[in-house]
Write a protein that binds this ligand. Structure first.
Ligand SMILES: Cc1ncc(COP(=O)(O)O)c(C=O)c1O
Length: 453
């Protein structure tokens, strides 16, 4: 039962854990004095629980990474087994579990993707994909979307479009931003998907022409932008980007860090579209983040560039055995248990129709969009003007009320500005997903008064 207590609550320990955190842990993306982190004691499947013994249905998958759910026994066992056998080995050596992880990961990619460069996470994957593209083409610039997040390291954060870039951008990144398609908030005044695709492609092509095609190494795109709003691209857009890239000798990097490994109800989100990238970045779902892992899946022509020439990049923990063991076990379990198909079905049969029904009942939902277990509720003050329930880059009383209401009812939410993202583990059961929808329905009632339409 959502919100129900679990065995052995220990509030005293909870207070100690909280105090320890506040005394010594410096948190990401935060003003340290203004936060009060939730102390979590444990997790299993779709749930986490705190020290008071309250259980929460994890609709966030943490940072949208626990695709296989918490504490999957096969993945935990594989990490334990690997730890007993060989905890670490430097990246210059051949290692059985690293090779097997690379083989399994490439087996999910299209033909011609033969090699994996392993990193510790998504940002480093983007850093290295951009570096490869620059060296492969001999060009410097990268084009990326405004509505995007690509990670917190320097190249990745300057490739990012969202406000986390602003204080980190020293205008030396070589990244040029452009607008991608987004029907609900179209920057192109489009009325149809066809118009949005055509105009977004025209805008990209113009950007390339005016930046100078011979200066551009890569177009970097999240296949389905995640934190920036979960906007599945309209039909024909990605194929059109591919065609433009080919015409100008530009590489296409698809960032699958959030959208990949089951999240979109497919191994890669681009499996839904008629497109083939040159480089694929991944992290998060590849092993559900049980041990940090990310990487770049590299197509043959780029591999060939570095066959006689040194690739000037590396990491002490590239292909860490514990992380690779977790990836092998995760991908194997996802295959054996049909988890990717399950995620697709939950999206098609439960979350998709359920969130659409909520949008009919609650005017504050401007749009519900997504696929698989990758959904966003775009919350508005007014359906006509589409004014956001919180400003771009900010928060609001309405959003704080909604998030507090969800937590009070036993749901751990994921929000970004004026959006609530519904991003549970791929393994969420139908019953759990329906329970989540019922709680959302209830909690959305708390903010009905903020609708001004
Ligand atoms: C699409 C995308 N790319 C890259 C990253 C960065 O990944 P990491 O936080 O593992 O460095 C993220 C993280 O949310 C992401 O969503």
């Amino acid at each position: 039962m959502v919100g129900s207590p679990v065995a052995s609550p220990d509030p005293q320990r909870g207070r100690e854990v909280y105090d320890l955190d506040r005394a010594h842990v410096f948190h990401s993306w935060s003003a340290q004095g203004l936060i009060s982190p939730m102390a979590l004691a444990g997790a299993e499947g779709s749930y986490v629980w705190d020290y008071d013994g309250t259980r929460y249905l994890d609709l966030s998958s943490q940072l949208v990474n626990t695709n296989i759910g918490h504490q999957h026994p096969k993945v935990v066992a594989a990490i334990q087994e690997q730890a007993g056998r060989l905890c670490t080995i430097a990246p210059q050596h051949a290692n059985d579990i690293r090779g097997e992880a690379a083989r399994l990961i490439t087996s999910k990619a299209p033909d011609g993707f033969t090699h994996v460069f392993f990193t510790n996470g998504g940002a480093e994957a983007v850093e290295n994909a951009v570096r490869m593209a620059r060296l492969h083409t001999g060009r410097q610039k990268v084009l990326a979307r405004y509505r995007s997040y690509h990670g917190g390291t320097q190249t990745a954060v300057t490739a990012t479009g969202d406000p986390r870039r602003w204080p980190n951008d020293w205008w030396s990144s070589g990244v040029v931003h452009f607008f991608g398609p987004f029907r609900y908030r179209s920057p192109f005044y489009s009325q149809t998907d066809e118009e949005e695709t055509e105009r977004a492609l025209h805008h990209l092509e113009q950007t390339i022409r005016f930046e100078g095609p011979s200066t551009i190494a890569a177009v970097l795109l999240e296949t389905i932008p995640g934190t920036a709003g979960i906007m599945p691209p309209p039909p024909g857009y990605l194929a059109g980007v591919r065609e433009i890239c080919d015409r100008f000798g530009i590489l296409l990097i698809l960032d699958e860090v959030m959208a990949g490994f089951g999240r979109a109800g497919s191994w890669f989100a681009f499996d839904h579209y008629d497109v083939r990238p040159d480089l694929i970045t991944f992290a998060k779902g590849v092993n559900s983040g049980y041990v940090p892992l990310g990487g770049v899946i590299i197509s043959e022509p780029v591999v060939a560039t570095f066959s006689e020439r040194v690739y000037p990049g590396g990491l002490t923990y590239s292909g860490h055995p514990l992380a690779c063991a977790a990836a092998v076990a995760t991908i194997t379990a996802m295959d054996e248990e049909g988890i990717v198909t399950h995620a697709r079905r939950i999206g098609d049969d439960v979350l998709g129709p359920g969130l659409a029904a909520l949008a009919e009942r609650h005017p504050v939902i401007g749009e519900a969009r997504g696929i698989g277990v990758f959904w966003a509720l775009d919350l508005v003050k007014n359906r006509e003007t589409k004014e956001e329930l919180a400003p771009y880059g900010g928060t609001s009383e309405a959003m704080a009320t909604l998030l507090a209401g969800l937590k009070r009812r036993g749901v751990l939410p994921f929000a970004n500005y004026h959006r609530l993202h519904v991003v549970p583990p791929c393994t969420i059961s139908e019953t759990e997903a329906k329970e989540a929808l019922a709680i959302l329905d209830d909690a959305l009632g708390d903010i009905a008064g903020y609708y001004e339409g």
